[in-house]
Design a protein around this ligand. Structure first.
Ligand SMILES: *Cc1c(COP(=O)(O)O)cnc(C)c1O
Length: 358
C-alpha cells in the first residue's frame, strides 16, 4: 500500500503558514531580548518564568532520540498524548466527512476527540481475548477512513496486541496507523518506534504520564516520519509545553538509567497483587497484563466498586464496557496500597457486606 501523506491530509493544511514566534525568528540564547513582549523582571515569586520556553523542546528531543532509537525530527511533544490525538484529527479528518477507526474496548479519548472535531467513528470490536480482527478492520474502512487507532498494551484490557496483526495493518490500511504505546514500558514487547523508517504511515504515541511518573506535568510523545511531525508542529499552539515541564522532564531523562528499577518495582507489585487477588472467591478471572493495571472479572463488580469506595479505595468500574462485563480495572499501587486493597476485599468477602452469591 503506497502512502501519500499529501493526499491524506485535509487540503487546506498544506497552505497554512505557521505562526512565527519571536523564538522562531531569532533562536540564539544570548542577547538583550526585546522582541517577545516579555517582562524583563522575574515573577513575583522570584522565579525566572518571565521568558517564553523553547517552542520545539529541542533539549528534550536531543536527549530522548537516542533513548528511543529515533531521530530528533521524528519526535513531537504534546500537552499530554491527548494533544497529539486532537492534532492528528484536525490535520487529517474533514469534519462531517472523514472517519476514524477504533477497536473497542479501548482508550476513551479517541472517541471524545473525534466527537469534538465532528469526525465519524467506525468501531471494529476486539475479540473476546482482546486481539484484533485485521480483515474486519480493513473491510470496515472506506475511502474517507483516515486514522486507525490501535492501543497496545490495550487500555482497559492490559494485553499486548499481536505484533503480526499490527504489521499486517501497517501494510494494508489505507490511512495513518496510530499505535498508542502508553503502557509499553511495562511490557516485554518491543516498541514500534524503531520501525518508523519501514512504515511511512506509522505514528507511535507514548507518554511521560505512566512509567515515568509525570502525569501531573502533562507531556506526551508522538514518533513518526519527519514529514508527519512537521505537520503536527505546523498546527500546534506555539508554546505547548511549559518551560517548567521541559525542565522537569529533562531532570527525569538525566536519571533514565534508574527507570528500569522503578518499572521493576511496579511489575513486582503487579505480580503479588494478581497472586493475592486470585485467592479471593469472588474473583473469576484476571486478564494477563502488560501494563500497570489489571482487568479483573469479579462477581457483582458494581457492588464491589461501591463497597471499596466506602472504604476510600477507588478503582475503575468497567463493567458497562464492551467485552468487560463484571470487570474492574485496578491500577497497581505501592505495596502498601495494594495490601490495603486486598485486606479490604478479604474483609468484605468474609463479612458478606455485599451480596456476593458465592
Ligand atoms: C494514560 C493513557 C495515555 C496518556 O495520556 P496523557 O495525555 O499523555 O496523560 C494515552 N493513551 C492511553 C491508552 C492511556 O491509557
Amino acid at each position: 500500500m503506497s502512502f501519500d501523506l499529501q493526499k491524506l491530509l485535509r487540503p487546506h493544511i498544506l497552505g497554512i503558514k505557521p505562526y512565527s514566534s519571536a523564538r522562531d525568528e531569532y533562536s540564539g540564547k544570548d542577547g538583550i531580548f526585546l522582541d517577545a513582549n516579555e517582562n524583563p523582571y522575574s515573577a513575583l515569586t522570584g522565579e525566572a518564568f518571565n521568558r517564553y520556553p523553547d517552542p520545539y523542546q529541542q533539549d528534550i528531543k536531543a536527549t530522548l532520540a537516542p533513548i528511543k532509537g529515533v531521530r530528533p525530527g521524528q519526535i513531537f511533544l504534546g500537552n499530554g498524548s491527548d494533544e497529539a490525538i486532537d492534532l492528528l484529527m484536525r490535520a487529517f479528518c474533514r469534519p462531517g466527512i472523514d472517519n476514524i477507526l477504533i477497536l473497542p474496548p479501548t482508550y476513551g479519548m479517541y472517541e471524545v476527540s473525534a466527537a469534538v472535531n465532528d469526525i465519524a467513528i467506525i468501531r471494529v470490536p476486539l475479540l473476546a481475548d482482546f486481539q484484533l480482527q485485521p480483515e474486519k478492520i480493513l473491510a470496515a474502512a472506506d475511502a474517507n477512513s483516515k486514522i486507525l487507532f490501535i492501543c497496545s498494551p490495550n487500555n482497559p484490557s492490559g494485553n499486548k496486541v499481536n505484533r503480526s496483526d499490527i504489521e499486517f495493518l501497517l501494510k494494508n490500511f489505507p490511512g495513518l496507523v496510530v499505535v498508542d504505546e502508553a503502557y509499553i514500558d511495562f511490557s516485554d514487547e518491543p516498541s514500534f518506534t524503531t520501525d518508523l523508517d519501514s512504515y511511512p504511515n506509522l505514528l507511535v504515541m507514548q507518554t511521560f504520564s505512566k512509567a515515568w511518573g509525570l502525569a501531573n506535568l502533562r507531556i506526551g510523545m508522538a514518533f513518526a516520519s519527519e514529514d508527519i511531525i512537521r505537520i503536527l508542529n505546523l498546527i500546534k499552539p506555539p508554546y505547548n509545553i511549559s518551560g517548567l515541564t521541559q525542565q522537569k522532564v529533562l531532570d527525569s531523562l538525566a536519571k533514565a538509567d534508574e527507570l528500569p528499577r522503578l518499572i521493576q518495582m511496579i511489575l513486582e507489585n503487579r505480580a503479588l497483587l494478581v497472586q493475592e487477588l486470585n485467592q479471593l472467591d469472588s474473583v473469576q478471572h484476571i486478564y494477563p497484563s502488560h501494563a500497570n493495571f489489571v482487568l479483573v472479572k469479579i462477581k457483582e463488580a458494581k457492588a464491589w466498586y461501591e463497597a471499596l469506595i466506602q472504604q476510600q479505595i477507588i478503582v475503575r468500574d468497567r463493567s458497562k464496557v464492551l467485552l468487560c462485563d463484571d470487570c474492574l480495572r485496578i491500577t497497581v499501587g505501592t505495596a502498601e496500597e495494594n495490601q490495603a486493597l486486598l485486606d479490604c476485599m478479604k474483609t468484605i468477602e468474609q463479612s458478606q457486606k455485599i451480596s456476593l452469591n458465592l
